[in-house]
Design a protein around this ligand. Structure first.
Ligand code: SF4
Ligand code: SF4
Length: 70
């Protein structure tokens, strides 16, 4: 199964739980700050294939990740 995610950078609080959850290593820290002073994480599809497993979205306490499956 293939998928992709969309991260709402305005909601992200930089807890990095999603980075730990994604065993594919597709989510990484960023250096840009959002309007609330956090540095929202990035989705890096080019690092591998997202399976749409939704583990990243499930662990996100701020509901900042949407998962789409093909
Ligand atoms: S849906 Fe799964 S594979 Fe895709 S970014 Fe989230 S944890 Fe990683
Ligand atoms: S789990 Fe949610 S709030 Fe935490 S870093 Fe990931 S997207 Fe941001």
């Amino acid at each position: 199964m293939k998928g992709h995610i969309i991260i709402d950078s305005g909601l992200c609080k930089e807890c990095h739980l999603c980075i730990e959850a994604c065993k594919k290593g597709l989510i990484t820290p960023s250096h840009e700050f959002n309007s609330r002073g956090y540095r929202p994480v990035c989705f890096n599809q080019e690092r591998g294939e997202c399976t749409g497993c939704a583990l990243c979205a499930i662990v996100c306490p701020d509901i900042a990740i949407e998962v789409y499956r093909e």
